[in-house]
Design a protein around this ligand. Structure first.
Ligand code: 13P
Length: 337
């Protein structure tokens, strides 16, 4: 199967297949400490390690989660953390048949010479960090870079995003981690859906060009695209059917069928919107497993229900299962609101 027969190729293919298994998707809880702090602040909690651990414990110990969730993306702190009873989060996940994943990028910084755009850091030392994460139990990785439509995107920003993702993907595979390739095309802006399609086609063509140049094994990657929608400030909203039509058109034009799974981000869509859009995309067979890797669209109600109170943990976990099950049905094209 491999372009370049690396030591891990068979395992990478198996890992990717298991994350892209029918009726399941990814729970993204890899918020950096800064972003997690914003979520905790929204329910009046302080951003300290105890609160972050309590919140991640609530999510990762939800009974029955593995029925709908095949992988969980963790921030580095969580990968090394345990429950208050001393059980490693990684072991909780393994028992639930959920693959542990790890966010490996080091975040966005301004890209000099561009139109106020950014680039994603994290390649320095990535090979040794990845080897450590593998030892700790991680089996897939995530690198999120962004492309802004209102700021351009400039040719420079797109090329940098694509090249960074490709280098990261090759390094991840070399260390046994399935790379999730995530060039997030931000929702911000008042542009039309046709403009988003045009930018998404450009971005994905460059990403696959550089993935191939870096000898990345396509059977051992997963994608995390944004859905093709109008800009958040555009005068008209698009229906799930329109979003599905545009998004699938873009994917069919740009993504080889060798790629096992497309795991969408929610990008600020509401919980129900994200589910309906995914469901619309699964109304007819696709060459790849088309599923979810949602953070906000799985967690918004959970956070509100929890409020940081131990007595609310059970109902917050139930709220997580409701969203996870709805998206599982949407992966199968069987969700109805
Ligand atoms: P959202 O689903 O909230 O857009 O999160 C995307 C992400 O990259 C988290 O891993």
């Amino acid at each position: 199967v491999s372009i370049r027969a690396g030591a891990y190729s068979d395992e990478l293919v198996q890992t990717a297949k298991s994350v892209a298994s029918p009726g399941r998707g990814i729970l993204a809880i890899d918020e950096s400490n800064a972003t997690c702090g914003k979520r905790l602040a929204s329910i009046g909690l302080e951003n300290d390690e105890t609160n972050r651990q309590a919140y991640r414990q609530l999510l990762l110990t939800t009974p029955g989660l593995g029925e709908y969730i095949s992988g969980a993306i963790l921030f580095e702190e969580t990968l090394y953390q345990s429950t208050t009873d001393g059980k490693k989060f990684v072991d909780c996940l393994r028992e639930a048949k959920i693959m542990p994943g790890i966010k490996v990028d080091k975040g966005l910084v301004p890209l000099p010479g561009s139109n106020s755009e950014s680039w994603c850091q994290g390649l320095d030392g990535l090979a040794s960090r990845s080897a450590e994460y593998y030892k700790q139990g991680a089996r897939f990785a995530k690198w999120r870079t962004v492309v802004s439509i209102p700021c351009g995107p400039s040719a420079l920003a797109v090329k940098e995003a694509a090249w960074g993702l490709a280098r990261y993907a090759a390094i991840s595979q070399d260390n046994g981690l399935v790379p999730i390739v995530e060039p997030e095309i931000l929702l911000d802006g008042d542009h039309s859906i046709d403009r988003t399609l045009e930018v998404a086609e450009k971005v994905w063509s460059e990403v696959f060009f550089y993935l191939a140049e870096n000898n990345v094994l396509f059977e051992g990657i997963l994608l995390k695209p944004s859905m093709v929608t109008p800009g958040a400030e555009h005068k008209e909203k698009a229906s799930p059917e329109t979003i599905a039509k545009y998004t699938l058109k873009m994917l069919r034009r740009r993504v080889p069928p060798a790629v096992p799974g497309i795991m969408f981000l929610s990008g600020g869509q509401s919980e129900v919107e994200a589910t309906l859009n995914l469901n619309a995309m699964n109304q007819s067979p696709n060459p790849w497993h088309v599923s979810f890797s949602y953070a906000r669209a799985l967690q918004n109600t959970v956070l509100k229900t929890w409020q940081g109170r131990p007595e609310n943990v059970e109902s917050a976990q139930k709220a997580l299962l409701v969203r996870a099950k709805a998206n599982s049905l949407a992966q199968l094209g069987k969700y109805s609101a």
